[in-house]
Design a protein around this ligand. Sequence first.
Ligand code: IPM
Ligand code: MG
Length: 370
Amino acid sequence: MASNKSLLILPGDGIGPEAMTEVRRVVDWMEHNRAVKFDLDEDLVGGASIDKHGIPITDEVVEKAQNVDAVLLGAVGGPKWDNLDFSVKPERGLLRLRKDLELYANLRPAICFDALVDASSLKPELVSGLDIMIVRELTGGVYFGEPRGIEDLGNGVRRGVNTQVYTTPEIHRVARVAFELAKKRDGRLVSCVKANVMESGVLWREEVTIIGETEFPEVELSHMYADNAAMQLVRAPKQFDVIVTDNLFGDILSDCAAMLTGSLGMLPSASLGDVDEHGRRKAMYEPVHGSAPDIAGQNLANPIATILSYAMALRYSFDMPEEADLIETAVQNVLAGGMRTADIMAEGMAKVATTTMGDAILRELDKIGN
Ligand code: IPM
Ligand code: MG
């Protein structure tokens, strides 16, 4: 049994740990039934790290993350840490991981599972069969631009500053990831920024166009203002195949796209960096949903997004596409069988706990994977 697949698990806060417990059962299943061995390590991030170390992530954990094949993260944040100084809030732990590992390409698929068509707030015909991939730039833009801060101008006046900034290499590398994905999918890419208002948006549009024309002529590229894209996502979402967008617009558009599918509790994401000299691509996988403190610790959370994040890790970091497919099929079958966690509950379905959903997915894996 080869043991060269290293995975760092960071359950984090809120529903993160409960969801991750179900994932570990799926990892165990893979080990027992697929003769793969993962070197698992687990550590703290977010509020859990603040409680123990006073900071949202330690250097030691960042270093661990730098040296594994993939990081699997649960969720960070909660009311307990809301009043902390901005620089030590739980979210800073997540942002530091993204930045230090240079995970510049954030892949957020929005797929509507057949069984959940009715859980969407849009009409079934608008979302059935929906399959969009949003590629969000993750290490630049207004999230990290300098100067930033809050300054006192005197006389009781304060000024808050953030800077939207992109360089050509930052635009090129994320555009390439998006074009590559479009090439493997339906061959259509829409780039969404505010090129009508922002210089950084003008540059973005020009540079994405150049990459398209010179390297990916087979992909059909179009441009859309980000506000229009938000509108189009709820008007006619199936017009999109792959969307590439900056950090802030990507944050917003991906939440919007996620909800089309019925629940944030369903959606995984992958954050990828460059391939290093050993052929290894730094990567972190996490659900799109947050820590949901209101339902944490009650066995109510939907573990599916985190389980599907592990499936994405199998696909993108461990070259195990069949196993990734297997997990995705198991999830679909369980949903088709009528089980629902509270967030996706619908009339006539069976409302189940986090652990029961985990049990059902494992049973399904036993059934279809052996
Ligand atoms: C996300 C989240 C994060 C972000 C927060 C938790 C910092 O909303 O991953 O979309 O804004 O990027
Ligand atoms: Mg967000």
